[in-house]
Design a protein around this ligand. Structure first.
Ligand code: AMP
Ligand code: MG
Length: 680
């Protein structure tokens, strides 16, 4: 079986599919790297994804190298067979029911005796001397002119061909009954084999065994079945920076997310997953672990280290693990370009991209089909819905792109809001209901397009309350009672202006905004359009953050603090992104100065606090609750008004009323106050 270790040399060249030689993007950071220029090969001397295969080409080659491939089958008791795939057809060994059975409580009769029975023509039948209860075999035949008492589930006695319901009879004394209606032959009888006939194909090979199938097998008396052995899949995360959940995060480290995602996704798709932990980027160590893992399993799934940087070693190891080796390294997917597919001595070996969202999309799109086929399971059937895309989604030409979306109910049908696109943020999955796919040949999805959304769960739960606009941690505090009352609240962070646009289109109930109007020197009201009304929310104190032990800022006002910072050339600031309300305040304080750190422009309050707490900057501006949560010093500067543009037409909806009640309630106000906000 085992072959000489393959050399990597020439492997890439062998795959002469669609060539995309000028991809300068080394990873799927998704941070908006533009489409690579198509004729710039000179910048590309290292073997960085020399051959980018299309999604379809990569899938076809992977499957061709992998199949046909049969995992051995094994016999399992019914209960343990749940979720596995039948390895062979199951033929019914008996009839179900095994005998002609009464469906009601009543009397087994000969229908011919009752042919002329009616309201005016009662027929008397003599009762036979037994009662057939469930589980009792009859001993006496039903002769002409007789009836036998029978319970639901009892076997019909010889001679009888119909059952009369007890409700349709009268006791007539001396061991007789009177019947006043005719009975058709077969009435209330379930015939032997009417459910399942002996010799009939009960279940076909490849059926996934669920409770329904287990029920059918049990009804036929089958106690165990032959199923395809679950593919044993070893999972490895790679990276010096990875720490397992539950352990303490050291500086510059992150939690291993892919290990958990991939392990769960393998189990969901019929694999027997065993997670082997995160391995540092050390070629010798990783190779030893990979060899052992591959020897012990049917499939190996790694994540990270698939770019061709110096520290990225997994793909070099794969090239030594077995024939034919790497099938595709670089696939025209977004996210997910660095995906590496290999087959080593008949076993699939896959390196998923490091970014969790990329890992998840590529796993589901490219690996799940092969895994299910190995497990003997049918292809996954994901639920899909049609939805309209409210905004234009740009897409890179030449790559199949996956975009996560949140679904809300629009005026005429579902609306799919793109979100978390390529952010690499696993949490963007939390707000997403599914994803849509933009084909490689499209460079955009125009606003208003109809798109097919693949759902993450089999059903859409359209939210009861939709909040689209600027995000604030205070929102969670106000919506908590709604969520506890069973209302589904969806909040989509698109910034104040995006929220206003959604509100004008009637796609949300409320748009949280904090927009300062220079002319009127007021917040929010000047931005309202027809059909919208302002609901006052709360005030957020903006101020200067600094580390508490930094004596440069102690006891100063915001203006003084900025002056002190500007006076010290060693002092580094952290700014905010253009367009943020906070940015306007910072620029006013700086009055044209551009100190060191000015161009560091993160997009969130929390990023500012993190930069200062981690000594990457010495000061910045954020809101008080965020400064508090990070244990930073805070100098109050200006209060910002965080209010809600309410779509008047939706004001009477129960969830909207519940939100307004929660906002005005003592509990809601207390929770906001406790978190450092000032309710309006
Ligand atoms: P790499 O391809 O190893 O350079 O990884 C690309 C990015 O994904 C880096 O930011 C890694 O820190 C991150 N990453 C890699 N593996 C994981 C993992 N198992 N969990 C979370 N993030 C990861
Ligand atoms: Mg890495």
């Amino acid at each position: 079986m085992s072959k000489m270790p393959a050399s990597n040399e020439g492997k890439q060249q062998r795959h002469s599919g669609a060539r995309d030689s000028a991809n300068t993007e080394s990873r799927d950071s998704g941070s908006g790297a533009g489409a690579p220029s198509r004729n710039d090969t000179s910048r590309f001397e290292q073997d960085q994804f020399l051959t980018i295969l299309s999604r379809e080409e990569a899938l076809a080659r992977f499957e061709a190298a992998l199949f046909p491939r049969q995992l051995p089958s094994e016999r399992w008791l019914l209960a343990d067979a749940l979720g596995r795939a039948l390895a062979e057809d199951v033929v019914a060994p008996i009839d179900v029911p095994p005998f002609d059975r009464s469906n009601v409580d009543g009397f087994a009769v000969r229908s011919a005796d009752l042919a002329r029975a009616g309201e005016a023509a009662p027929v008397q039948l003599a009762l036979n001397g037994e009662t057939i209860s469930c589980g009792t075999a009859p001993t006496l035949p039903a002769l002409p002119g007789t009836a036998t008492a029978i319970a639901t589930g009892g076997p019909v006695p010889r001679g009888a061909d119909a059952i009369v319901m007890v409700e349709h009879t009268q006791p007539a004394g001396h061991g007789t009954i009177e019947v006043r209606r005719a009975a058709s032959p077969g009435q209330f009888v379930s015939y032997a084999g009417s459910d399942i006939a002996r010799g009939e194909a009960l279940l076909r090979a490849g059926t996934m065994i669920g409770s329904r199938e287990i029920g059918m097998l049990a009804a036929c008396g089958i106690a165990d079945v032959r199923v395809v052995r679950r593919p044993r899949v070893a999972i490895l995360s790679t990276g010096d920076e990875l720490v397992q959940p539950g352990e303490k995060l050291r500086p510059a480290a992150i939690y291993d997310t892919n290990g958990a995602i991939v392990t769960a996704a393998i189990a969901e798709n019929g694999g027997d997953a065993s997670f082997l932990g995160a391995i540092a980027d050390n070629e010798a160590m990783l190779e030893a672990v990979m060899r052992k893992a591959l020897a012990d399993s049917d499939m190996l799934v790694l994540s990270g280290g698939t770019s061709k940087g110096a520290g990225d070693v997994s793909h070099r190891i794969i090239a030594r693990l077995g024939e034919p080796g790497i099938i595709a390294h670089g696939v025209a997917l977004k996210p997910g370009k660095p995906l590496c597919l290999a087959v080593c001595d008949g076993k699939p070996v896959v390196i998923l991209p490091g970014f969790p969202t990329s890992a998840m999309f590529t796993f589901h799109d490219m690996i799940v089909p092969a895994l299910r086929r190995m497990a003997g399971l049918p292809p996954r059937s994901d639920a899909k819905v049609a939805a309209k895309v409210p905004v234009r989604i740009a897409s890179e030409l030449g790559r199949t792109e996956f975009v996560m979306v949140s679904l809300v109910e629009g005026a005429d049908g579902l609306i799919a809001y793109p979100g978390g696109k390529g952010s690499g943020a696993i949490t963007s999955f939390a707000q997403a209901d599914g994803f849509l796919k933009i084909e490689a040949l499209a460079d955009q999805l125009p606003a208003g397009s109809e798109a097919e959304v693949t759902l993450f769960t089999p059903h859409v739960r359209v939210p009861d309350l939709v909040i689209v606009g600027s995000h604030c941690t205070g929102l969670d505090l106000v919506t908590a009672p709604l969520a506890h009352a069973g209302l589904v609240v969806r909040s989509i962070a698109v910034g104040s202006l995006g929220g206003l646009a959604a509100a004008k289109r009637g796609e949300c109930d409320l748009a949280p905004i904090h927009l300062f109007d220079d002319k009127t020197e007021t917040y929010n009201t000047p931005y309202l359009a027809d059909g919208l009304e302002l609901v006052p929310g709360w005030r957020r104190m903006q101020g200067i953050v600094f580390r508490k032990d930094d004596t440069r800022f102690a006891g100063l006002s915001a203006e003084q603090a900025v002056r002190a910072a500007l006076a010290d050339p060693a002092c580094i600031m952290v700014n905010r992104n253009q367009g943020a309300g906070t940015r306007i305040l910072i620029d006013r304080l700086l009055a044209g100065s551009r100190p060191d750190g000015y161009w560091n422009q993160p997009r969130s309050h929390n990023a500012v606090a993190a930069a200062v707490a981690q000594h990457r900057a010495d000061w910045g501006m954020t809101i008080a609750p965020v400064a508090d949560a990070s244990g930073l010093g805070f100098i109050p500067h200006a209060e910002e008004h965080y209010d809600f543009a309410l779509v008047t037409a939706r004001k009477q909806r129960p969830a909207v009323r519940a939100f307004l009640d929660a906002l005005a309630s003592n509990e809601g106000r207390a929770a906001l106050t406790k978190a450092g906000f000032r309710p309006a």
